[in-house]
Design a protein around this ligand. Structure first.
Ligand code: AVJ
Length: 301
């Protein structure tokens, strides 16, 4: 945390958003009228899950990355033809245990092999596993949007390896659109995204004994059209100091801390990116307004 704050421009890593309070705030964001992302992805899945399932084929092994409560995965699993196994990978042990228990009740025949891991780090799939026709990785939620393009390619390359020969990837990606729609989604009128962003400082106070004065900071999210990304900032409202552990930081009035990138992709751009990582484009399912895309790629190995 102090490393990013010492850089210029100052940054805080977006994965620190998700402590218990942050996870709750994010769930609230997903229900905001301005935040079209979750609602649109769910709508695409509800309308197209039968077609997606038919495309993936029978007896597949489904590997879910950061699938959380599993709302989206469940829609897909409902339609899959005799899936061989479901392997949810999540960093939150509690969420993993809860969703696994519920999935075991709903799909008593299905082999469910939960893996508690940070999928950004290397991890192993458990062995032995039920025989399957192929492995499909499911990465919903447009979490790939947090990666800068080079890092996204690197990460997808790891996924292509994980999927193996004849494997595939189903991935939810937020698409480029009118910047006003995007900016509204990250500057909601109820101020929930602001609370979510400010929670980084509150969390530093709680967990690192920092002394940030929250009312001296404001949230802002701006769309950078050149880069095709939302940039989320915490902006210092006054000249101030903050102490974290034994380090003291000085912030001038108007100084910004960059807390998150959320990239928006064109279908062509994302297909190119995935191609560079070793995936072949197969299908894109989208909503009528083309706000969001669910892509299906096969692994080229
Ligand atoms: C979880 C990365 C998809 O970028 O839209 C929501 C996170 N940040 N509002 C996104 C987020 C502010 C979200 N992702």
């Amino acid at each position: 945390m102090t490393a990013g704050l010492s850089k210029s421009p100052r940054t805080l890593p977006c994965k620190f958003f998700y402590d218990e309070r942050g996870a709750r705030l994010f769930q609230k964001i997903c229900q905001l009228p301005e935040y079209y992302i979750t609602r649109t992805e769910l709508q695409i899945l509800r309308l197209r899950s039968a077609e997606i399932a038919a495309t993936l084929g029978s007896s597949i092994e489904l590997i879910g990355l950061g699938t959380g409560a599993g709302t989206k995965t469940r829609i897909l699993l409902e339609e899959l033809n005799k899936p061989a196994a479901y392997l949810p990978i999540d960093i939150s042990k509690e969420q993993l245990e809860n969703s696994t228990a519920r999935f075991r009740e709903r799909f008593p025949e299905l082999a469910i092999l939960p893996i508690c891991a940070d999928y950004l780090e290397p991890f192993e799939l458990p062995l032995p596993r039920p025989p399957s026709a192929r492995s499909i990785i499911y990465f919903p939620g447009s979490t790939i949007g947090n990666f800068e393009p080079a890092a996204a390619t690197g990460f997808l390359r790891r996924l292509a390896e994980l999927a193996g020969d004849d494997g595939g990837l189903v991935i939810g990606v937020d698409l480029r659109k009118d910047p006003k729609i995007i900016e509204r989604a990250y500057n909601d009128s109820a101020g929930v995204t602001a609370q979510f962003n400010l929670n980084l400082l509150a969390r530093a106070n709680r967990e690192l004994g920092a002394d940030f004065t929250l009312k001296n900071w404001r949230h802002d999210a701006v769309y950078n059209a050149n880069e095709g990304r939302i940039e989320m900032y915490l902006i210092s409202l006054v000249q101030q100091f903050a102490q974290i552990r034994e380090r003291a930081f000085s912030f001038s009035r108007g100084e910004k801390i960059l807390t998150e990138y959320s990239y928006k992709h064109t279908p062509e751009g994302f297909t190119r990116l995935a191609h560079d990582a070793g995936f072949v484009f197969e299908k894109l399912w989208t909503d009528d307004a083309r706000l969001f895309g669910v892509f299906y790629f096969s692994a080229a190995n």
